[in-house]
Design a protein around this ligand. Sequence first.
Ligand code: IMP
Ligand code: MG
Length: 381
Amino acid sequence: MHAEADVVIDTTCATPTDIAARVAARLSRAPRSYAGHVDVLVGGQWGSEGKGNLAFYLAPEYDLLVRVGAPNAGHKVRGHDGVAYTHRQLPSGTRATDSRLLLGAGAVINVAILIREIADCAITAERLAIDPGALIIEERDVERETGLKLAIGSTGTGGGAALTRRIEQRGVPGAVRMAGDIPELLPYIRESASVLEDAHALGGRIFIEGTQGTGLSLLHGSFPHVTSRDTTVGTLLAEVGVPPSMLRRVIVAFRSYPIRVGGQSGPMDGEITWDTIAQRSGLSAELVKDAEVGSVSGNPRRVAEFSWAQLRHSVRLNGATDIALTFADYLDSRNRGARRLGQLTVETVEFIEEMEAVALAPVSLISTCFDGRGPIDRRLW
Ligand code: IMP
Ligand code: MG
């Protein structure tokens, strides 16, 4: 027997799951290497880079759409029906395709907001998986962030306070609730490790959508005007539970003019007004101001000149393979409706060439208008 067997397992000193792991390794027809199955989109500035529409556009190419982070991020997406929807917890590609959805262990969840979004988007329990270890925001977390709104322009949605509790109150019985503890979420609860493994086994492609922007990183941003987590690609992968070796593309998104939320939201070089942008671009000042309120806060945003130093810094921190330029219409209203590079103004093409020179990465996606038909797609992949 021993001589003929491919593998011999001494079951007396192994648990059933140990035995299953060793047997599965021999029987599985999953690919041996998972390299190159994961693409990531992150913000290069202070959030609101228009990642939502980009994620919506790219989503049909993937089998699994993943989000982590908290509902402080609002990702506004124009649907196929032309109607905009702001995602707070679910991936921005949710309404673009019927791909599976995953909220990873690094997700920070407001149950009421998530349940409403699940209903709004008619999501089935089969389609959505939520890691049991995702953190739940409690009412007292929201209350605790009231002061932060004034101090640093926080959205005050309680994510940071919840994460603080997750660390501070380890060992305090009942103090920290996870997604797996919430009866309403039970139909969706599945270990992300097994969801990811299923996706791998089928050779599936995975898309991870970052939230906020590199400039708001707890570690690499302008402390204290930062959010409650690191927002760069390394942490994003860790929060999902995906190793760096699986990465294929890292798309870093930049607006033509970066914004910060209104209020005491921190330093921003070269601050200008929306009127200036309207004047330069030929867009209506009213239209621009109407569009430029926070999708979570509802407050008018601050805006500044494009920062080339920030481009360089964010591209390096994230190891960008691709750049996405959004709001090309703010450079010139004539860029609206352009379907290819050659239809953009000469100055805009020069701007893009300069981005590529500074970033040492191609500008692969260019969005020209929120209500447009999707970005100009120059990807070679
Ligand atoms: P908090 O994460 O809501 O506490 O906010 C911390 C800082 O990050 C504040 O300046 C917020 O305005 C900013 N911030 C948080 N989330 C977003 C976002 O999704 N877009 C833009 N700014 C954000
Ligand atoms: Mg936003």
